[in-house]
Design a protein around this ligand. Structure first.
Ligand code: GDP
Length: 316
């Protein structure tokens, strides 16, 4: 394989950093990254200039505004504006610079609220969306629509990958804004240190989710790029493992070593009752995720302790 010039947009984040770990020492790739100070992805002129100068072979869009169920509700305007702007700039300027191959990251919240489970790619746009993350989901659906249209009009290979609920290193560990796994790891850890008797879990604990480690997603994306996978239809990438939020809480409690009780705060939203991807397309390509949930959480917790992440983001 000729050395591919790969631009990872969002290389410091959850997915981008996993991609960087995988490619930085891989002789098949010459990786380009830019910090937020070096390149403002909200600014179309700056993105245009960067793309014209660097003209990468491949672009992976792992940049955007993400957050958990409460952050999606609180900052719904910022979520739709920032995601639409960043993806528009990157997809459009990639096309103008002649970038043939691009990966856009979708989200399982693009699927209808009452989607038959497991959610198959053919169910997209067949029903109403879940309200708790509607603006974010609309931005993601628009990104897919743009990739599809650019493939059709300009002959590009811009694909959309829909990952299951992600977790991993460099996630957001903010107590209110994070997703459930980093939020719980942190809460259980602090409860252990402070010798508390109880930890609060949001919602009823009944919703079910499929979780995927960011390193497994990075592996899948590079696998698709290396295969020259080509489709305007999104492709699901999951782990095939589904757990309830209460089972997840028990797993994290054990890994962190907290020995108190769980309290369920039913005033907090549950979101979708069940989210599980139909992974048959990736299975057909003979790809599957390698890391079990307990193994993945163990790895992330070790990373948290080694990187002292909790001390860097204090509770408030
Ligand atoms: P989403 O609902 O799939 O978009 O993602 P989240 O990760 O934000 O939430 C998943 C589920 O975990 C929801 O049912 C939440 O109510 C529940 N949950 C329980 N504790 C927490 C927590 O500390 N943070 C978050 N974000 N969700 C939690």
């Amino acid at each position: 394989m000729k050395r591919q010039v790969l631009y990872i947009a969002g290389h410091t984040g959850l997915v981008g950093s996993a991609l960087l770990r995988r490619t930085i020492r891989d002789e098949n790739y010459a990786v380009i990254t830019r910090t937020r100070a070096e390149l403002d992805l909200m600014n179309s002129d700056s993105v245009a200039e960067f793309m014209q100068q660097e003209s990468p072979d491949r672009v992976i869009i792992a940049a955007g505004r993400v957050g958990g169920i409460l952050a999606n509700q609180t900052y719904c305007g910022e979520f739709i504006h920032q995601n639409l702007t960043i993806q528009n700039n990157l997809i459009h300027q990639s096309m103008k610079a002649g970038v043939k191959s691009l990966v856009f990251l979708g989200s399982s919240c693009m699927y209808p609220k009452h989607c038959p489970q497991p959610m198959s790619e053919s169910a997209l746009l067949t029903g109403l969306l879940e309200e708790t993350n509607l603006p974010y989901a609309i931005a993601k659906i628009s990104g897919w629509g743009m990739c599809q249209a650019y493939n059709q009009q300009y002959g590009m290979n811009y694909m959309t990958a829909i990952p299951a609920n992600l977790y991993g290193r460099n996630d957001n560990f903010h107590p209110q804004d994070s997703h459930v796994i980093p939020g719980m790891i942190r809460r259980f850890h602090e409860a252990k240190i402070q010798q508390l008797k109880e930890v609060v879990v949001w919602g009823t604990g009944k919703p079910k989710r499929e979780f995927l480690l960011s390193d497994d997603l990075a592996d899948a994306l590079l696998f698709l790029l290396e295969k020259n996978y080509h489709s305007s239809q999104p492709i699901n990438i999951g782990s095939g493992q589904e757990v309830s939020i209460s089972e997840l809480a028990e797993t994290i409690k054990e890994i962190v070593g907290f020995d108190g009780h769980l309290i369920f705060d039913t005033h907090k939203p549950d979101g979708m009752p069940l989210k599980r991807l139909d992974n048959s397309q990736m299975e057909k390509l003979a790809w599957s995720a390698k890391t079990s949930l307990a193994e993945g959480i163990q790895k992330v917790y070790e990373w948290c302790l080694n990187s002292k992440i909790f001390e860097k983001i204090p509770f408030y």
